[in-house]
Design a protein around this ligand. Structure first.
Ligand SMILES: [Mn+2]
Length: 319
């Protein structure tokens, strides 16, 4: 597969696009970009972008994007495209439609992704699913909305071009997208750096209560349901907390654990050393990248933090 349009053969009329559970900027950005690109270049297609509820900062992507949470009873697609989902289990909205479709495409950048489509393009070296998708598009055919979506995804998965998943190629892609006249400063501010005061306040309480192991440079924080209810927030609004924790100088490995309505927990891991947090996440049935990974678990967050501490080297790994 060299070009996404190669997948649109004669008999393809209905296309569904899916991302992962709890969509982030790269997931929603890549789904939106794929939608806009196909809509702009193959107007005869019926295209459905499936996404779960988006965090506030990236809801601008919903403009001009007819998002659906689920496929209708018996609704069939000729082609299903998955973006940024590291496994078939991780697919969020539209999962049943993906599973029941014979003609599937998997586009991703997670090293742990097996490539679960009939056609696959998994590039673990790429900064983001948006970067992988860009490689399947024809430059001159990328319209404004597609460019905004691709840029948003790259910005979110690279921490605004700060992480070491940025390659010269990533920067060239960003250059190309900026040349399309997109509001690149506003996208970073509105979707990435700005937060509601209440989100800043809950982050403050989580960091105030966080625990640092000075030997292993391990910092962890916990946000139970009770705390979320006190601030009137839900897990979807806690996506930025781990990044703030990661800015603590003494921390080399960071774990943020937050609880969901059903009592289960999500653990988000970050590393600023040579500790590979995706290997830790995999032990708990999750996945991700060397420096950013996640997993779900049941049980006690303090015990989970104590277990993970034991997996870390003294010194917290080389920086
Ligand atoms: Mn991603």
């Amino acid at each position: 597969m060299n070009n996404i349009l190669d997948c649109i053969t004669g008999g393809i009329r209905n296309v569904g696009i899916v991302g992962h559970v709890n969509p982030d900027g790269d997931c929603a950005g890549s789904v939106a970009a794929c939608y806009h690109y196909l809509r702009d270049n193959v107007p005869s297609l019926h295209i459905v972008p499936f996404l779960q509820e988006l965090p506030y900062g990236i809801r601008f992507l919903e403009e001009d994007l007819p998002i659906r949470r689920d496929a209708g009873e018996g609704e069939k697609f000729d082609l299903m495209i998955s973006l940024d989902a590291a496994s078939v289990e991780r697919i969020g909205a539209g999962k049943a439609a993906f599973l029941s479709c014979e003609n599937t495409v998997c586009i991703d950048h997670h090293a742990t992704c097996p490539g679960f489509g009939k056609e696959n393009l998994v590039l673990p070296g790429a900064s983001s699913a948006c970067e992988v998708l860009y490689g399947l598009l024809t430059r001159d055919r990328i319209g404004y909305s597609c460019a905004v979506s691709l840029y948003t995804g790259i910005i979110h998965d690279t921490g605004a071009l700060r992480f070491d998943n940025v390659s010269p190629k990533t920067v060239l892609i960003v250059s190309d997208l900026i040349a399309k006249g997109i509001p690149f400063t506003r996208i970073i501010e509105e979707s990435f750096t700005e937060k509601a005061l209440v989100e800043m306040k809950i982050t403050g309480e989580i960091i105030k209560n966080s625990v640092l192991d000075e030997d292993r440079h391990f910092l962890y924080g916990v946000c139970p349901l009770e705390m979320q209810q006190r601030y009137g927030l839900t897990p979807v609004e806690l996506g930025g907390v781990v990044a703030e924790m990661n800015e603590v100088r003494e921390a080399r490995v960071v774990l943020f654990m937050y609880q969901f309505e059903d009592g289960s927990w999500k653990g988000s891991l970050r590393s600023k050393s040579d500790v590979d947090v995706s290997a830790i996440a995999v032990r708990y049935g999750g996945g991700g990248h060397v420096r950013a990974a996640g997993f779900s678990f049941q049980g006690d967050p303090e015990e989970t933090a104590a277990e993970i501490l034991q997996l870390l080297p003294t010194g917290g790994g080389r920086k």
